[in-house]
Design a binder for this molecule. Structure first.
Ligand SMILES: Cc1cc2nc3c(=O)[nH]c(=O)nc-3n(C[C@H](O)[C@H](O)[C@H](O)COP(=O)(O)OP(=O)(O)OC[C@H]3O[C@@H](n4cnc5c(N)ncnc54)[C@H](O)[C@@H]3O)c2cc1C
Length: 416
């Protein structure tokens, strides 16, 4: 398809080859699985949504453990273009299904975090296990029942601190609290958990992060959330009751939120690309439909109003992809504008892809709302991204705060 030319342009050979292998995997394994199962999305058990064969094949072709250092068995990627590669592969998997993509991209994102923050002995212990077991999933636990947006902004005041607390007792951190809405939360084998370790200071100084194996006593996976879209990823809620974590499982003390930038920057590119893949799938299905389905004696694409919607869809896909390219290159280069570009990606990919899916719904008429055609699924999948990686409105604040640090960037207390 012509829109693929943009993906190809300037793509390093290594990434292009990985993209081709991923596309074959998606066409041969993911799409058939989804076609067979999307009508069972509402009746499947969480365990049924963990297709081990798909994870095994993803593992065989090397896309499951992107982000794991090569020395521990991860797939080698050129560090100069690593995040750009993540973007291309994430989009491609999500063309098949964004929930399956979520399962895998959490492994990449958390692996990048561990690579940067985990002490050597933890890397030596955990990376080989992640590599060895194709069903090994990872999760990143920040959100709590109250105040997720406060953490994204962040409001750096003690009142906005995390409710999950960690207290050092002897050689163990004892953690109490609850995390909700966590991607892979239901079936991960290893969690990164954020907790307040100093209630007297703002969260940028008083939040720490810990590596927590699933079988740690005191950790309970309380439920699998039933979500509107992205249903092949099991989103979970986790409770910690006097959970004792060895002292050496600390990843960052006090400044965990600032240091999580190594996770959030690539993470926003990966997630934005994932959502783009949903838009691409909606476009491809719609392009096919309007060239075959006739009304008023001609196929839909020959009705100008329908054709204009297709032009709009294609343009939005290209603008998201273009911004993603720019932002991914900025993250790879460590540019100072990387943060703000990543937030623009989150904002634009949320709104533009949902609009692409809305056009797909419109052009499919009543068929768009029926389970048989899969368009309603894509619409639901795209809507999930509005509230992933922060909300759209809070992301707008972050953009304006970054652009105007001396005015909008200051905590919104009383004017002096
Ligand atoms: C599918 C899915 C997967 C997720 N995965 C993870 C994960 O893996 N790990 C994790 O930690 N979290 C995860 N999350 C949580 C996600 O990051 C939060 O849901 C998101 O940040 C929004 O937080 P919230 O739901 O608490 O909304 P709230 O913060 O309660 O916001 C509610 C509304 O209030 C608005 N609002 C909030 N504060 C302000 C303000 N100061 N000014 C104006 N408006 C404001 C928001 O924009 C929004 O419209 C996931 C969420 C979803 C839906």
């Amino acid at each position: 398809m012509l829109l693929d030319d943009m993906v190809e342009r300037g793509l390093p050979e290594e990434t292009r080859m990985m993209r081709d292998v991923t596309r074959k995997f998606v066409n041969e394994h993911v799409i058939p699985f989804i076609r067979q199962n999307w009508q069972q999305e509402w009746s499947m058990t969480p365990e049924g949504r963990l297709p081990s064969r798909i994870l095994e094949v993803a593992d065989e072709i090397g896309i499951r453990t992107l982000g794991v250092p090569e020395e521990f068995g991860g797939t080698p990627i050129d560090p100069k273009t690593e995040v750009q590669t993540f973007a291309v592969i994430s989009e491609e998997i999500s063309r098949g299904d964004c929930g399956l993509s979520d399962k895998m991209v959490q492994i990449w994102k958390v692996s990048v975090l561990l690579r940067n923050l985990a002490p050597r002995h933890l890397q030596e212990r955990w990376f080989p296990r992640i590599v060895k077991d194709p069903t090994f999933l990872l999760a990143h636990c920040l959100t709590e029942p109250r105040g997720a947006s406060d953490r994204w902004l962040p409001y750096n005041v003690p009142e906005a601190a995390m409710n999950t607390k960690a207290v050092l007792k002897g050689d163990q951190w004892v953690i109490n609290g609850r995390k909700q809405f966590i991607s892979n939360g239901y079936d991960a084998k290893l969690y990164v958990v954020y907790a307040n370790t100093n209630p007297k200071v703002g969260m940028l100084q008083g939040t720490s992060s810990f590596l927590v194996p699933r079988d740690t006593p005191g950790l309970t996976v309380q439920r699998c959330n039933e979500t509107l879209g992205g249903r092949f990823m099991n989103n979970g809620e986790i409770v910690f009751e006097d959970m004792a974590v060895p002292k050496d499982h600390l990843l960052a003390e006090g400044d965990a939120l600032s240091r999580a930038g190594v996770y959030f920057r690539p993470g926003k590119i990966i997630q934005g690309s994932k959502n783009l893949g949903v838009g691409v799938a909606a476009f491809e299905k719609t392009a096919d439909y309007v060239q075959n389905y006739a009304q008023g004696g001609r196929i839909l694409i020959k009705h100008q109003a329908c054709a204009m919607r297709l032009a709009d869809m294609a343009t939005r896909i290209c603008t998201v992809r273009g911004l993603l390219r720019e932002a991914a290159a900025a993250v790879d280069a460590g540019s100072p504008d990387a943060d703000v570009l990543c937030n623009m990606v989150k904002l634009h990919a949320s709104e533009a892809v949902l609009e692409v899916c809305r056009h797909a719904m419109e052009l499919h008429g009543g068929n768009g709302t029926m389970l048989d055609f899969g368009i309603e699924k894509l619409y639901r999948d795209a809507s999930m991204f509005l509230h992933m990686d922060g909300t759209v409105d809070v992301t707008k604040f972050k953009i304006v705060k970054a652009l105007f640090p001396d005015t909008a960037g200051r905590y919104a207390g009383p004017e002096t």
